[in-house]
Design a protein around this ligand. Structure first.
Ligand code: NDP
Ligand SMILES: Nc1nc2c(c(=O)[nH]1)N=C([C@H](O)[C@@H](O)CO)CN2
Length: 233
């Protein structure tokens, strides 16, 4: 049965977000994605069935402009997925901390506060926050990243309580999903060895997790570990 409804995925012009956007379009959803810059190759290879909205979460005004645009267009969401993220090491200092706070916390916070105006009141909706396994264990070289993702997980709990029963609110906490092109062989080997399953699963496992949360009417306020048994080693 073809699914219906509108899904917003932030930061979905590449990698995990784009994979999930394409899979949800295949399922029948209308999918809106945000990004800061249009991709040149879209002229040659358009994103079929995906509507691109330019949005930059580095300022509150940028976040509020996205919200106002969605409301003014009368968008009625079935699901909102907070996927946008910056993965900066602590060498990025105060500016990096501020930018990751904006993307990982301020944007989800303000968008969630507007959910009464953004969601279709006729269906039970879903908000899904994409966090990270390390949010709950820390990382010696990504302290600011971890802190901002931990804050995201706290927002998920608060909004789960606030928005029930009309909207379910959950977190997915992945460990390694997909490497970046410039990751060295040594880094890849060392990272794969951190989990019990020892694989780079790819973005399909995030899509599967999104489907589980959207399909299950009795799951809210939870954090779905997606880490290959990283906690076992
Ligand atoms: N990849 C992995 O193995 C893992 C990923 N995760 C999490 O999964 C999610 C997806 O990961 P991945 O696909 O690798 O993410 P990316 O590193 O590819 O980032 C996703 C998008 O975030 C957007 N973004 C960054 N800063 C801003 C900003 N200021 N305003 C608006 N958008 C912004 C970018 O959009 P653009 O530049 O197009 O505007 C980018 O395309 C993230 O939340 C990540 O933390 C967690 C664990 C492992
Ligand atoms: N925004 C991003 N967050 C994270 C990324 C990424 O590429 N972008 N990658 C990781 C790593 O895969 C890590 O989980 C293992 O190296 C974490 N977060």
């Amino acid at each position: 049965m073809k699914a219906n409804g509108t899904i917003l995925i932030t930061g979905a012009a590449q990698r995990i977000g784009l994979h999930c956007a394409k899979r949800l379009v295949e399922d029948g959803y209308r999918v809106l994605i945000t990004c800061r810059h249009q991709r040149e190759d879209w002229a040659r290879d358009p994103l079929d069935g995906i509507e691109v909205i330019q949005a930059d979460f580095s300022t509150t005004a940028g976040i509020e402009a996205l919200i106002a645009g969605l409301i003014n267009r009368g968008v009625q969401l079935r699901t909102m997925i907070h996927n946008a993220s910056l993965w900066l090491g602590d060498e990025a200092g105060a500016e990096g901390f501020q930018q990751m706070f904006m993307v990982h916390m301020q944007a989800p916070y303000l968008l969630n506060l507007a959910s009464e105006q953004l969601f279709d009141p006729g269906v039970t909706g879903d908000i899904i926050h994409v966090s990270d396994h390390v949010a709950r264990r820390g990382s010696r070289r990504h302290a600011a990243y971890c802190a901002s993702k931990a804050g995201l997980e706290a927002l998920s709990l608060s909004f789960a309580a606030r928005l029930a029963p009309g909207i379910k609110v959950n977190t997915i906490a992945p460990a390694l999903i997909m490497f970046n092109p410039d990751d060295t062989d040594e880094y890849r080997e060392r990272t794969l060895a951190k989990s019990a399953l020892g694989i780079e699963p790819g973005p399909e496992v995030v899509y599967q997790s999104i489907c589980y949360l959207m399909d299950n009417p009795y799951v809210t306020g939870t954090c779905l570990d997606l880490n290959g048994g990283r906690n076992l080693k």
